[in-house]
Design a binder for this molecule. Structure first.
Ligand SMILES: [Cu+2]
Length: 347
């Protein structure tokens, strides 16, 4: 008798479990506590799902930024040119940062972009070796921002320790040096946030003797974390996913193409550029980066042109902001080393 009652109990418990579980198939939203993914169409016509904070274009009353990857990849900002008394070419650029704008990065997907000159990426700055580059920077954003240029320049032009607050301005000035392809980006903490929202661009220094004529394109390899979970939802060359798949870049047979490729991807440690159907010649673009896997070794030699405090760190922002960040304090007089430098003294 006891056994029969127990078996009946077990049976009813089993029925109850099965009944509740089967609700999953009838009304899954009741059972699944997490947010329901929303579906968006990409340029391919494929659907992408995200549970994140995608800004509703109907609810947003501002105007979405226009961005044309075809125009961007061929657009070079040479600045306003004047020739100084000593013959030096001065190039002046005007760059404004903002962090309140919206861009439709894929049909139906609106993203809060942080911009240099209303664009992600920012303008491609271009000068010739030895030119004096002067950048009038204005921060119209709600957060502090800066311009950190790669290349050779004085410590106070590095945009690392001099954050520019809301409404603030800063004039960066340096000689275009060395020849190659560099980049610039905001270096305000948390750098990951400022870069992943779009505050970066390319900086080209041409050799005095011009390179061979070629059709030139800029490709900034980037990603978009549209649901703010620290992982990219979209990857692209020049911001818009799949864009050049659906808008092939038209070139001729035997036409010489020169691609300026910059990887500024956040959250992922590595990115690639792989070309089909032909091979490319590869030119060093100015060495200030090494990407290494565990066990790799490299010997580097360098010196500094100007005194000051300079960072060296992983350009994987996560590593940098979790501790792999260091500095050189470069002095005028090699005999004048302090045995101990207080952090507050040098910032
Ligand atoms: Cu910033």
């Amino acid at each position: 008798m006891q056994n029969t009652i127990q078996s009946a109990k077990m049976f009813y418990i089993l029925v109850a479990i099965v009944s509740v579980s089967s609700l999953y198939f009838v009304v899954p939203s009741v059972i699944v506590a997490e947010e329901t993914p929303r579906t968006f169409l990409t340029h391919t016509g494929l659907s992408i799902q995200t549970t994140g904070d995608v800004i509703d274009p109907i609810g947003y009353d501002g105007k979405a930024l226009d961005f044309d990857p075809d125009k961007f990849m061929k657009e070079f900002d040479y600045g306003e040119v004047t020739v100084l008394d000593d013959g030096t070419v001065l190039r002046e650029f005007y760059i404004t940062s903002r962090d309140d704008q919206i861009m439709e990065v894929s049909p139906g997907v609106f993203y809060n972009v942080w911009t240099f000159n209303d664009s992600v990426p920012g303008p491609t700055i271009r000068a010739t070796e030895g030119d004096l580059v002067r950048i009038h920077f204005t921060n119209e954003g709600s957060k502090p921002h800066s311009l950190h240029f790669h290349g050779i320049h004085k410590a106070e032009m590095d945009g690392v320790f001099e954050n520019v607050g809301t409404g603030g301005t800063y004039t960066y000035e340096f000689y275009a040096d060395p020849v190659g392809l560099h980049l610039y980006h905001c270096h305000v903490h948390p750098v990951e946030e400022h870069i992943s929202h779009g505050l970066y661009g390319a900086y080209i220094v041409d050799p005095k003797e011009a390179r061979e004529p070629a059709e030139e394109f800029v490709f900034i390899l980037n990603g978009l974390d549209t649901d703010f979970d620290g992982e990219n939802n979209f990857y692209a060359a020049n911001t818009i996913p799949f864009y050049y798949q659906h808008h092939p870049i038209q070139i001729n047979v035997n036409q010489n193409i020169r691609a300026y490729v910059v990887n500024i991807l956040e959250f992922d440690a590595v990115n690639n550029f792989h070309l089909h159907g032909t091979l490319f010649h590869h030119y060093p673009a100015g060495n200030d980066m090494l990407t290494m896997s565990q066990g790799d070794r490299q010997i580097l030699e360098f010196n500094y042109k100007y005194p000051g405090l300079y960072m060296f760190h992983a350009h994987n922002t996560e590593f940098s902001e979790k501790g792999w960040v260091s500095t050189f304090l470069v002095k005028e007089n090699a005999n004048d080393f302090d045995t101990e430098v207080e952090y507050d003294d040098i910032i």
